[in-house]
Design a protein around this ligand. Sequence first.
Ligand code: MSP
Length: 497
Amino acid sequence: MADKFYITTPLYYVNASPHIGHSYTCIAADTLARHMRHVIGEKNVWFLTGTDEHGQKIQKAADAQGLSPLVFADNTVGQFKKLWEVLNISYNDFIRTTEDRHKRVVARVLDILYKKGDIYQDTYQGWYCTPCETFWIESQLSEGKCPDCKRPVEKISETNYFFKLSKYQDWLVEHIKNNPDFIKPASRYEEVSRFLELNKLSDLCISRPRERLGWGIPLPFSPEHVTYVWFDALINYISAVGDFNDEGKYISRWWPADIQLMGKDILRQHAVYWPIMLRALDIAPPKLIFAHGWWMMGESKMSKSLGNVVSPIEMAHKYGTDPYRYFLLRDVPFGLDGNFSEESIIKRYNSDLANDLGNLVFRTLTMIEKYFSGNVPVMQDQHLSAQGKLIKEKLLNIEQMVISSLNVCGFSQALEEVWSLINMANKYVEDTKPWNLAKENKTEELKTFIALLAKVIRQVGKTSACFMPKTAEAIFGQIGEATINKSGPLFPRIDTK
Ligand code: MSP
């Protein structure tokens, strides 16, 4: 078992408000972080998230509002932090790429790589679209015009700095080959392997001339240039948790990351650029890169540019934080795309939460109140029915099953396991007909039957706590080891008529 666990989410761009896609990566990361805190202890887990604040996208969005990029970014950072509070995201650190601690490490990385000869200068020609303030290479033009706005472009020559990605391609291919668990799910591993097999990597342009983009980290060896935003942003994963010593060796309590989560759209940057950057710095690669799928609206990816985004705060307010978290992780296996709709949230809410879990808790509490004046009876194995024995067995195994599923980011699978226990317990109530046991004065059987249900519920609370932290608290608040404290149903049904 690992002795420490470092998990990261991508840094979200601050040019737009958070939507459901952004909340997905953080909810998944939060669930794993909570789970691992339970397994290896609070102080051994580090969960990092934050915001990506430099570059043209942000500069333009700030200009459009007549704000300085930093004031503009402060505003969106506030929205992200508010959202993470509402969604109960228990991050240990929130890094902003505009912070000094980050900028200092980026400058150090650039300096080390430049001195080592892995960053070099080159001048090349291309086409510039002045209204879009974008530089295009010949092959990107559309009929000789700007591919975005279709206006004429101007030929310019630019001097920039390049990072030698190509030098490390063979190393990366080898690393991926020797580490079949480096990229997950398997389909993404294949995708990256194939890409590296079919393409010779070009070196990466890691600078932008300051005259056309001012909003970035200056290159220490050429203050007339700022750092390309991806090169800057990826470094957050190490700048947040360590630093270089005088000899240029990186020292960190947390690195290498145990898992780096992201959406499949930014897999290339994480699975190709990032490990190579680390290799050039003589730093170990992350242990696992996991690319999840997209939340779609019909046929399209939910995204700000398509204008089809749904607000996660609104969903959490409408359906509750835990049902929202539950829905995202239960409805679609992690790694695949999912279709978002409020109807599917309501369906999951009413069937899994109100009917299955809520009902089990409510009916058990009602029986404890009715038959045993609110005291949880003690279980005696000799009074267990055959069905009861099966449930007890499942109860003993469930934690291990959830751990095994979460070890491979199988969120929906873990929840299916927990729900199969809930469903077994509900069926146990229907088959046993406890009112008959009471009528026939079979008190010992009734005690053991109810005691087992209480244990099931507490175990469900324990194993689902990382998914639905508030619900687990509510469960433990209502069913103690010895007494109960019954309140209203956990999940009142949503009326759809
Ligand atoms: N700033 C970069 C990441 C830099 S990491 C050093 C970025 N930011 S982003 O805000 O555009 O996206 C952040 C995350 O949200 C990515 O993991 C992305 O895949 C995820 N999502 C954005 N839209 C999404 C969906 N519609 N569905 C699921 N996740 C998607 O990229």
